[in-house]
Ligand binder design. Structure first.
Ligand code: MN
Length: 220
């Protein structure tokens, strides 16, 4: 965030790599448009919504607040997800995670292939525009996959996204056209497991004081 006239502004983060660094899996043209145009639009949209909210609060125009909060949720969630997506990817990515993340994946999905199948399916079956996400659920203390519709609906309250995949058409159409399954397969060559594991570690060690599961007796 950047301070301007006493209002905190969101800013577009730079990529950690060149536009063409993820080729052949994601083309330079897609990366350039996706980051410089699409992501920027969400940053601007979030800042506009914040400005509008500030004005509505100052003028006590509370009737406008619900629509502005919806606009903020859509645009700020878009900003957050894209920022996460760029960090989740690396030209030196691919392969498999190890350590605590690998153990949690085995526990919660049966195997790495289980995660890959479930996560890819979430991306494939997202209706309209959305994302697939690997989420840490602090209430149940487990990893889950989820579909995110647009940028913000269908998420469990408190869930922390640690790995996200943009399934909007702008993420792949220039290169993969209607064959999104090929994009969702190619992405596994560029996952930055180091970044994803670090996010997992931060998420699982934080205590948000949310509802916790109780153990249940089997066969009862
Ligand atoms: Mn996108």
């Amino acid at each position: 965030m950047q301070k301007e006239n006493n209002v905190e502004k969101y800013v577009l983060p730079d990529l950690d790599y060149d536009y063409g660094a993820l080729e052949p899996h994601i083309s330079a043209k897609i990366m350039e448009l996706h980051h410089d145009k699409h992501h920027l639009a969400y940053v601007n949209g979030a800042n506009q919504a914040l400005e509008g909210l500030k004005e509505a609060q100052e003028t006590k125009n509370f009737a406008r607040v619900a629509a502005l909060e919806h606009a903020l949720a859509f645009n700020l969630s878009g900003h957050i997800l894209h920022s996460l997506f760029w960090k989740n990817l690396s030209p030196h990515g691919g392969g498999r995670p190890d350590g605590a993340l690998a153990q949690a994946i085995d526990r919660d999905f049966g195997s790495f292939e289980g995660l890959k199948g479930q996560f890819t399916n979430a991306a494939m079956t997202t209706m309209g525009s959305g994302w697939a996400a690997l989420v840490w659920d602090p209430a149940g203390k487990r990893l889950m996959t989820t579909e995110i519709h647009d940028h913000q609906s269908e998420t469990t309250t408190g869930g922390i996204p640690i790995m996200v995949l943009d399934a909007w058409e702008h993420a792949y159409y220039l290169q993969y056209h209607n064959d999104k399954a090929r994009f969702f397969e190619a992405i596994w060559n560029v996952w930055n497991w180091k970044d994803i594991a670090a996010r997992f570690e931060r998420a699982r060690t934080a205590d948000f004081g949310l509802a916790a599961t109780v153990s249940s007796k089997k066969g009862g």
